[in-house]
Ligand binder design. Sequence first.
Ligand code: FAD
Length: 467
Amino acid sequence: MSVAQQIINFGGNIRFTPERLYTPSSDAEVLTILDRHAHGKIRVVGSLHAWSPLVPSDEALVDLRHFDRVEVDRDADGVVWATVGGGCKIKHLLRKLHRMSDSTIPSLGLITEQTIAGAISTATHGSGKQSLSHYMAELRVAAYDANGRAHIYTWNDGSELRAARCALGCMGIILSVKFRCVPKYEIAEIVQPCATIDEVLAGEEEFPLQQFYLGPHLWSYFAQRRVATAEFHPRRSLSAKLYRAYWFFGIDVGLHLVIKTLTMLPAGWIRFFYRHVLAKVVLMNVRFVDHSERMLVMEHELFKHLEIEIFVPARHVRAAAAFVEDVLKVFDGDGPTPLTLQSIGMADELEKLRGTFTHHYPITFRRVLHDDALIAMSSGDEPYYAISFITYVEPRKPFFAMASFLAHSMARLFDARPHWGKYFPLDHADVERVYPNLSQFRAICRRVDPYGVFCNAFTDRVLFGIE
Ligand SMILES: Cc1cc2nc3c(=O)[nH]c(=O)nc-3n(C[C@H](O)[C@H](O)[C@H](O)COP(=O)(O)OP(=O)(O)OC[C@H]3O[C@@H](n4cnc5c(N)ncnc54)[C@H](O)[C@@H]3O)c2cc1C
């Protein structure tokens, strides 16, 4: 146990100092911590990649860095199952899993820095599959029994499992997770320009893992067409290695440095860059094949930034994309206020914000299939599109105004849900409306945490409506 150490998240927007920081290395130590703080407050920390204030705790903070074991079993049908300590980072999980088996994890986000428990706690996702949470078959969680005594639960079925798959740390401390692995696979990728969203979506059947970008100020798309190939080659080709080098130096480092530099200049520079330069410097219309864990990720953690990601049901994606374009134009001081805003009484609010922010980063769209979880962003019975807005500019007040406007207006127009782990401006009433299973989730939380030990100010406010 250590005391009074300031904790800062990746985005630098969350800072706090817990009274006690624990780094337990056994189940028994975790239970002792829970009993010690049974009438206080406990939060768990992963690798601090969430931008929303999920981790802050004034009292106890628990870091599961020592819970990083990876065990692999093959069942009678030859299916490979992984049991992974909650504090294991995804990059370490991948390395160990690939050393021990010919399998990999079923779903991947853009980076692999998160812990497995942190990633599932906010339904971390990539494109074309469900979020990682959905695939969790069993969770071992330290929480409380009905009398408020520390207890370890194993959930592998029913509503507890569906709640715990994405629980924002409110159902206790995830000690380990168990999930079914998939055989290692390769991805074929080709980047193509598309004039319209219809053109992008027309490729979805052929490229089910695709993600796509709307270029701000250009207002047309780039589709990163992706499909899993039929065969797997353990040895990576030279072209795959060269393509990764291109991504690292050209996109992860080069493009991001250019964008960061342009944001320091008058706004005309960033507009010029998207309208006249970007399409000429991105490698397009060439097909590359590489292992999934290399093709699906990037080094997005190299430069500090902040993100909001807004999920809209698939049936609304075209209207939502058009709406985003119109709203961002107004924020940039251009174009009329979208008429649809009158129906929700937000047109005047947008007019007041006209010309206050020039967006400077490609807007990413990822399709997330519906999660079998109570409150994951894509819970429900249809796929969602996650639309992401990133800023490299500080101070962030003008970006926050844009993000907040988008989140509130899109929640009302499209039943949109912001990512729990990213900038999260919605209040309880909006959350309650867009998550029909919220009351069931809350009841389960109360069963395993009768005194609300695992809640903090943010979760109290957005989930429980307690200010
Ligand atoms: C550069 C970058 C790229 C990203 N890319 C993606 C992406 O592609 N897709 C996507 O969906 N998200 C993405 N995210 C968001 C990120 O995946 C989530 O915020 C994730 O929750 C962070 O995991 P973490 O280990 O850092 O957890 P933290 O940020 O430390 O914690 C997040 C939540 O998990 C809880 N938690 C952590 N460990 C436990 C545990 N053992 N038991 C119970 N609760 C626990 C915490 O209490 C908290 O509520 C990205 C974030 C960054 C900074």
